[in-house]
Design a protein around this ligand. Structure first.
Ligand SMILES: [Zn+2]
Length: 273
């Protein structure tokens, strides 16, 4: 079975916010470690997303593309968009330049005081619709304590999905902790998907109990949707260890064929144009 990790972070920057997550897990957090972890776990490929920086910005997309080019065909870039006209323009230009290579766009909700249906993103959505490029949205809990949950709540996607039924939308992190709210979005909108990346970290007092709770709750959210065909596997490395992320996906109380779809088939379908 082919496993595809649709949510991975990596950078060579010392001011990358995710370095503290990596340190807690004992990870070196570099391309070599990532590729060997993918290899050890039979992960055939993955999407690389720009990590947030301590100053509130993001690692430039050029850095993410560079790492993908060094990955021997294993990693594909997701182009992250900041809510400013120059960023939207630059990202659309990059998507034109890298055509099939760039697999998706990413918008970070909760890190800026902006909603997904803001006018600033219109040009990007027009382009994404015509080129059939999915747009991934950070939803739910934020990696920094000063994030805005008001803006990262998955329900904010509804007006956008209503007005753009042809736009392929991915709710990153399944809107955690609003798993059922996210499930309603997938149930209601044929073009809304969700990844199950970065839902847990290990090592805290109740981690094991929490992971059990999460596995049960996520399974129930999928029962609510009625299908697992729009649920995508992701580790959110370095937030999660890839082996633990796969083990978690396999723990879902679903039919084996659905787990296989989550681990690889669904992503292959969504991200191939
Ligand atoms: Zn992430």
């Amino acid at each position: 079975m082919k496993i595809f990790d649709c949510h991975i972070h990596c950078s060579e920057r010392s001011d990358d916010v995710l370095r503290s997550f990596a340190a807690r897990k004992g990870f070196r957090y570099d391309l070599t470690e990532l590729l060997s972890m993918m290899n050890d776990n039979n992960v055939e490929g993955g999407l690389l997303l720009s990590p947030p920086l301590r100053n509130g910005g993001i690692v430039p997309n050029s850095g993410t593309i560079k790492l993908c080019q060094k990955s021997g065909g294993k990693l594909f870039p997701v182009l992250t968009v900041e809510p400013y006209k120059p960023s939207v323009d630059a990202v659309v230009d990059l998507a034109r330049k890298y055509e099939e290579y760039a697999k998706a766009f990413k918008i970070l909700l909760g890190y800026y005081p902006i909603y997904p249906n803001d006018e600033i993103f219109s040009q990007l959505y027009d382009f994404a619709e015509t080129q059939n490029i999915p747009v991934m949205f950070h939803t739910g809990d934020t990696a920094t304590s000063n994030g805005s949950l008001e803006h990262s709540h998955p329900r904010n996607i509804d007006p956008l999905a209503n007005s753009r039924p042809n736009l392929k939308i991915v709710l990153c992190h399944f809107g955690n902790p609003w798993l059922l709210d996210a499930a309603e979005l997938l149930y209601k909108h044929p073009n809304v998907y969700a990844d199950i990346s970065g839902l847990f970290s290990t090592g805290a007092k109740y981690s094991q109990k929490y992971i059990k709770f999460l596995s049960k709750t996520l399974s129930e959210a999928i029962y609510f949707i009625g299908t697992a065909d729009k649920v995508l596997f992701g580790s959110d490395y370095p937030v999660e260890n890839i082996a633990e992320a796969i083990e978690f996906a396999e723990s879902l109380e679903l039919e084996k064929s659905d787990i296989d779809n989550i681990l690889g088939t669904n992503a292959a379908r969504l991200f191939s144009r």
